[in-house]
Design a protein around this ligand. Structure first.
Ligand code: 5AD
Ligand code: SF4
Length: 449
């Protein structure tokens, strides 16, 4: 750093956990470069947005926030505005023309270039960007984590599935897996640093390793990677996401069943319950295959919780297709479902499909699906009432009258700590007996420990 005055940044993150994790690297790179986090955008010299372009709703929220950033820049013109992430990458050609107030922009694979972009912006050489699709995995960059006991670990980047609605393959590039050795070393370092729970990230973890040279000794399957991670002393919980139904093998189900640290929760996006729509989405599996996977999961892994993603109103979705999604949701008894209204993305195969549905139809279907999936989630959560569950303590509950933690099944538990109970610290384990439930949370009291 050449400046003598302390400089402050403010970072806002949109989108998925991969983006949250990239933001940890952005913070790491900035802080290594001498920047400090500002509490409010008002106090910052750099307003940075890590963007998402998976759905239009994230882009609209970004536009709102950029309006505010422009006002702040008008107040103090030397303030810098930067865009990172998928939206920036996706609009790399026109972004500086469309947004003349931007000082810098870079894609998800160019976080390492941030100090150089800032130098160039500060020296007054105009707008600067970095969008090369290099093979560099940001995993090697420094990261600033907000939570001491929990960490994300990137196993792979990109996606090669090209589901017809999805912008991810074109913005994040093809699937590339990190070597198992690198991942294990990173997890060991994190554990030495106090981490007890990791979440392994990849767009499709089930195909982890398949892109690596078959000749290398380091090419292992995802189930084998989990086995190696499970052996790391000091680590207590392992989570992973996202799984793809077309590539989910029984070896992974067995790993979840047999490895003590691997938590009993699977996020398995189904997207639709109708074969006609799954075909048009290019998902590569059928409704029947998905139902078989789910049956096998429930059979083999006692107490497993299952969550999913569903898109409503895909082009050409007929009423009968939608009801297939409803009956699939009822059969699968999901513990939670993230439901999205189809959002047309430029450059995707589905963007040109005929059969766009009226908004009112999509909203009505969405409403029906949400009320069904909430009802199911409530019944599943109520089934836990009376049981003791292991909870990793995360801090005070949002209402502030107790504590909050998470079960192995990834369910949030709010509870009242017993007066005589010692164990109340964030990052510690405790046992809570569940007294009541909603569709999204459990409530209970701490057993003696
Ligand atoms: N429209 C609506 N939802 C989408 N998703 C991805 N692309 C779109 C789109 N164009 C959803 C999928 C995916 C989740 C991360 O976002 O359900 O699993
Ligand atoms: Fe998108 Fe499909 Fe890849 Fe998921 S698996 S990121 S939905 S293309």
């Amino acid at each position: 750093m050449t400046e003598s005055r302390q400089r402050f940044y403010h970072l806002t993150t949109f989108g998925c956990q991969m983006n949250e994790h990239d933001s940890e690297r952005i913070r790491g790179v900035l802080e290594e470069d001498g920047w400090m986090p500002a509490v409010e955008p008002d106090d910052a010299d750099l307003l940075l947005f890590n963007t998402c372009s998976v759905r239009e709703s994230a882009v609209s929220r970004l536009r709102g926030r950029l309006g505010e950033a422009r006002r702040l820049k008008n107040e103090k013109p030397e303030r810098l505005i930067g865009l990172a992430g998928c939206f920036a990458q996706n609009r790399k050609v026109e972004i500086f023309r469309d947004m003349p107030f931007l000082d810098l922009a870079f894609g998800p694979q160019n976080i390492a270039d941030l100090p150089a972009l800032l130098d160039s912006a500060e020296s007054g050489s105009g707008q600067s960007g970095s969008f090369s699709d290099n093979d560099f995995l940001s995993a090697a960059l420094p990261a600033r984590r907000k939570i001491k006991y929990r960490a994300w670990v990137q196993a792979m980047t990109g996606c090669t599935n090209f589901c017809s609605y999805c912008v991810v393959p074109s913005v994040r590039g093809p699937e590339r897996s990190r070597s198992a050795r690198d991942i294990i070393e990173e997890v060991k370092r994190l554990v030495d640093d106090g981490v007890i729970e990791i979440t392994i990230l990849g767009q499709n973890v089930n195909s982890y390793g398949l892109d690596r040279d078959p000749g290398t000794a380091d090419r292992v399957s995802f189930a084998d990677l989990l086995m190696k991670l499970d052996a790391i002393e000091g680590l207590r919980r392992i989570r992973f996401m996202t799984s793809h139904p077309k590539d989910l093998g029984n070896d992974l189900v067995e790993a979840m069943r047999d490895l003590p640290k691997v938590c009993e929760h699977l996020h398995l996006p189904v997207q639709s319950g109708a074969n006609r729509i799954l075909d048009r989405m290019k998902r590569g599996y059928s409704r029947e295959h998905y139902l078989e996977l789910v049956e096998n999961l429930y059979e083999q892994i006692p107490g497993v919780s299952l969550t999913t993603d569903i898109i409503v109103g895909f082009p050409g979705e007929k009423e009968e297709d939608f009801y297939r999604t409803m009956t699939l949701a009822a059969e699968c008894q999901f513990d939670g479902a993230f439901t999205f209204m189809y959002s047309r993305r430029d450059g995707t195969a589905a963007a040109d499909l005929p059969g766009r549905l009226p908004d009112a139809t999509v909203k009505r279907r969405m409403h029906e699906l949400v009320s069904l999936t909430q009802q199911i989630a409530l019944v599943k959560n109520e089934a836990i009432i009376g049981e003791p569950v292991e909870v990793l303590i995360e801090g005070p509950s949002s209402r502030g009258d107790g504590l909050r933690g998470r079960t192995r099944q990834n369910k949030v538990v709010n509870y009242v700590a017993g007066a005589s109970v010692k164990n109340k610290a964030e990052g510690c384990f405790t046992t809570v007996t569940i007294d009541s439930a909603t569709s999204t949370t459990l409530k209970g009291r701490q057993a003696c420990d």
